[in-house]
Ligand binder design. Structure first.
Ligand code: SAM
Length: 338
């Protein structure tokens, strides 16, 4: 996303039609097209057979994606992935395949189609549509739950290198990742910090996938996995408590509740590390401002300015010390107990 959007009616139409690119990418990711093509040049016939798709319709999808630079179309209806499109491969470093599939999944797409309701009422679009919140919805639907966890791991994976190059986690003996999903971020941190131990904390149906992830990363012997709800408890005894992309999922009241629970588990000398975006000045920072709409539509949260983060920390029993920028656009927002 850029701030430069052009100035002609055609630019505006392109912007309006952006959802078509988004859904086309999601379908290609769902069919695993980037994995099937890999580094090769493959005919649409072979791709259709392997992906169990209609050959002509698949051709129309792929040539459209080639027109925006995700694939390259060769003579005879053959396709290869461009450098940009390589990011759709599941095995690519910084792959965003999981995120693309999640954003285009029908249940999630439908919630966005209810944005008008949120803007009219201030209410959460997802809940108005489904009668329940995203977390309860997914806890009963393994496919959507797996898609979401893979999406977070995918997005976090693409941000991790930037994060690790900007912040030294090795000074902490034990690092807890609260709402750490399937452990993707903590696994990377522990790999980078061989003398640190980890505690991964998330909901039961989410952490069940963590041991495999931690063992793949070779850090399972240094990482405890704990299931529970951060509205009730977080594991005591860590020197740093990471919360990445957690508090933006909640309203101020709910987010402060989580911080207060975390505060109970901490004593002086312990560091809170909230890894989140910080809303930028007017007319800039579309990533954060559209992520904010995503929070309004799906989990019922919001993105915050630095002043709002400071206020929220105070309501939760912490003092905001620094908000350290990273090249990923996320900041490491340090807090100390007061
Ligand atoms: C947006 S995801 C962020 C995951 C991970 N921190 C990351 O950045 O990739 C929010 C996480 O909070 C977890 N979560 C939601 N409600 C929770 C609760 N009540 N207790 C513990 N974890 C919860 C979800 O399962 C999910 O893993």
């Amino acid at each position: 996303m850029t701030t430069q959007t052009g100035s002609t009616p055609a630019d505006l139409v392109r912007m309006v039609n952006g959802y078509q690119v988004s859904q086309a990418l999601a379908v290609a990711a769902e069919l695993g097209i980037a994995d099937l093509i890999g580094d090769m040049e493959v005919s649409v016939g072979e791709l259709a057979a392997a992906a169990e798709a209609h050959e002509d319709a698949l051709y129309r999808l792929l040539r459209a994606l080639a027109s925006v630079g995700v694939l390259h179309e060769h003579p005879g209806r053959h396709f290869s992935m461009t450098q940009l499109g390589q990011g759709l491969r599941r095995d690519a470093p910084g792959s965003i395949a999981g995120w693309v599939r999640h954003m285009g999944a029908p249940y999630y797409w439908n919630a966005w189609s209810n944005l008008l309701h949120s803007v009219r009422t201030g209410e959460n679009a997802f809940k108005a549509l489904y009668g329940t919140d995203v977390w309860s919805y997914r806890s009963e639907r393994p496919r959507e739950n797996d898609l979401f966890n893979a999406a977070m791991a995918s997005l976090t994976g693409s941000q991790t290198i930037a994060l690790l190059s900007s912040y030294d986690f090795s000074r902490f003996g034990t690092i807890a990742d609260v709402g750490g999903g399937n452990g993707a971020l903590l696994a990377h941190i522990l790999q980078r910090c061989p003398h640190s131990k980890g505690i991964l904390f998330d909901q039961e149906h989410v952490v069940s996938g963590a041991p495999a992830e931690l063992s793949r990363a070779g850090v399972d012997d240094r990482c405890a996995v704990v299931a529970g709800s951060f509205f009730e408890t977080v594991p005591p005894g860590a020197d740093a408590y990471i919360m990445k992309s957690i508090l933006h999922d909640y309203t101020d009241d709910r987010a402060a509740e989580i911080l207060r629970v975390c505060r109970k588990a901490t004593s002086s000398g312990v560091m809170l590390l909230v890894i989140e975006r910080v809303v930028g000045p007017p007319n800039e920072d579309p990533q954060t401002k559209f992520s904010d709409l995503n929070m309004l539509v799906a989990p019922d949260g919001r993105e915050r300015t630095e002043a709002e983060w400071r206020e929220l920390f105070a309501a939760g029993g912490f003092r905001l010390e620094r908000a350290i920028p990273t090249p990923s656009g996320f900041r490491v927002i340090e807090g100390v107990p007061v």
